[in-house]
Design a protein around this ligand. Structure first.
Ligand SMILES: Nc1ncnc2c1ncn2[C@@H]1O[C@H](COP(=O)(O)OP(=O)(O)OP(=O)(O)O)[C@@H](O)[C@H]1O
Ligand SMILES: [Mg+2]
Length: 329
C-alpha cells in the first residue's frame, strides 16, 4: 500500500476584506468607516493523497483551487482544519518543509526577473543544499527535456510566457521534491509546449515517484496526466474519484462524426440528437441507453454515401459541467 503523504481534513479559509465603493470620496470615507466583508473561499475541503499519485484538482473560477494549493504549500494560514503534508504542517514548518516540495503558480512571477533562469536554478541548488554532483547532471537532463538549454541563459524578463513557464517548472523540480503543486501550469503554453510539459511531469512521476497535485482548466491536461480527479465548487469537494469512473457514469452518450460525399439532407434516428449538420458533415449525439451505436452506424451505412465515420466520447468539459449542475440542485 502506498504511503499517505497528504491529509487535509475539514479545511476552511475565510478571507477578510474591506468593502470599498468606487470614487475618491468613498475611498476617504472608507478610511474611517471600514466595513468588513467575509469571503468563505473554502467551506469544507477534505481529501488525502498517496505517494506516487497525480491528482487533478478542478473546478470553476473562484471555486477555491488556488486557496487549497496555497494552504498546501504553506504560504497561507487557513482559518480552521487540518493539513499535514509529508509529516509537516506546511505553514508552521515552512523552512524544513519547502525542501521536499515544489510549487508552480502559473499566474505568478517565481523566478528572479532580471537574472537568467539558470542563475535562479543555481540559487535554488544552494537554498535546497543539493550536492553539486547530483545537481549538474539533473539540471542538464531537465533542461534538455524541457528544451530550455539556450533560453535559460537569457534574463527572465526577456522570455516569452511559455519559456518562462517551462523554466518555472524546471526550478520547481530540480531539487527532486517528493511532491509538487502545479497551479495552472499550462497557462500560456502552445500545443507543443503543453506536450513537453505533460511528458516531463509523467517522466518525473515514473522515474522519481514524484507526486503531483495539478489545477487546470485544460481538460486535456487531466486526460493526459491524472488517473484521479477531485472536483471542488464553492469551497466544497463535490467529487473525488477515478477519472475512469466519471467517464463510466457520465459518458453514456457517444458522438458520431460523419463525412459524406453527397449532401446529407435530413437525418433522423431513435436516441439521436443532431449537434451540427453542415451539408457534407454531420455530428450526432447518441444516447446509448436508448439505442445501440451499432444500429445508428448501420443506419448511416445503408442510407448515406459516407466517406468517413468517427465515434468519440463527448468532451470531458461537458461531463464536468453536468456534475457541477447536479451538485448544485
Ligand atoms: N486574498 C484574497 N482576499 C479575498 N478574497 C480572496 C483572496 N484570494 C481569493 N479570494 C476569493 O476566494 C475565492 C476562491 O479563490 P481561488 O483563487 O482559490 O479560486 P480558484 O478556484 O483558484 O479560481 P480560478 O480558477 O479563477 O483560479 C474567490 O471567490 C476569490 O475571489
Ligand atoms: Mg486559481
Amino acid at each position: 500500500m502506498a504511503k499517505e503523504i497528504v491529509t487535509i481534513k475539514n479545511l476552511t479559509k475565510t478571507y477578510k476584506t474591506h468593502e470599498r465603493k468606487a470614487g475618491l470620496m468613498n475611498a476617504i470615507k472608507s478610511l474611517f468607516n471600514r466595513k468588513v466583508v467575509l469571503k468563505h473561499a473554502l467551506k469544507d475541503v477534505s481529501f488525502t493523497i498517496k505517494e506516487g499519485e497525480v491528482v487533478g484538482l478542478i473546478g470553476p473560477n473562484g471555486a477555491g483551487k488556488s486557496t487549497t494549493i496555497k494552504a498546501l504549500s504553506g504560504v497561507l494560514h487557513p482559518t480552521s482544519g487540518v493539513v499535514r503534508v509529508l509529516g509537516y504542517v506546511p505553514w508552521k514548518h515552512r523552512v524544513k518543509y519547502v525542501k521536499h516540495i515544489g510549487v508552480v503558480f502559473g499566474q505568478k512571477q517565481q523566478l528572479w526577473w532580471d537574472l537568467p533562469a539558470i542563475d535562479t536554478f543555481d540559487l535554488n541548488r544552494d537554498m535546497y543544499e543539493v550536492p553539486e554532483k547530483i545537481f549538474r547532471p539533473r539540471l542538464k537532463r531537465i533542461m534538455k527535456m524541457l528544451d530550455i538549454e539556450e533560453v535559460a541563459k537569457t534574463p527572465v524578463r526577456d522570455m516569452s510566457l511559455g519559456e518562462r513557464m517551462k523554466c518555472k517548472l524546471a526550478a520547481a523540480l530540480l531539487h527532486k521534491p517528493k511532491l509538487v503543486f502545479l497551479d495552472e501550469p499550462s497557462i500560456g503554453l502552445d500545443v507543443i509546449a503543453k506536450d513537453i510539459m505533460r511528458d516531463f511531469i509523467i517522466d518525473a512521476n515514473k522515474k522519481d515517484k514524484t507526486s503531483f497535485i495539478v489545477t487546470t482548466h485544460d481538460m486535456q491536461d487531466i486526460e493526459h496526466l491524472c488517473e484521479r480527479v477531485i472536483i471542488i465548487n464553492h469551497g466544497v469537494v463535490v467529487w473525488d474519484g477515478p477519472l475512469k469512473e466519471i467517464k463510466k457514469k457520465y459518458l453514456k452518450n457517444k458522438i458520431i462524426d460523419v463525412k459524406c460525399e453527397s449532401p446529407i439532407g435530413k437525418f433522423r434516428h431513435k436516441g439521436c440528437k443532431i449537434v451540427s449538420n453542415d451539408k457534407y458533415e454531420l455530428r450526432i449525439e447518441v444516447d446509448t441507453m436508448k439505442t445501440k451505436i451499432k444500429e445508428v452506424v448501420s443506419h448511416i451505412m445503408k442510407n448515406y454515401e459516407f466517406a468517413d465515420l468517427v465515434i468519440n466520447d463527448p468532451p470531458i468539459e461537458e461531463v464536468i459541467q453536468k456534475i457541477y449542475r447536479e451538485k448544485k440542485k
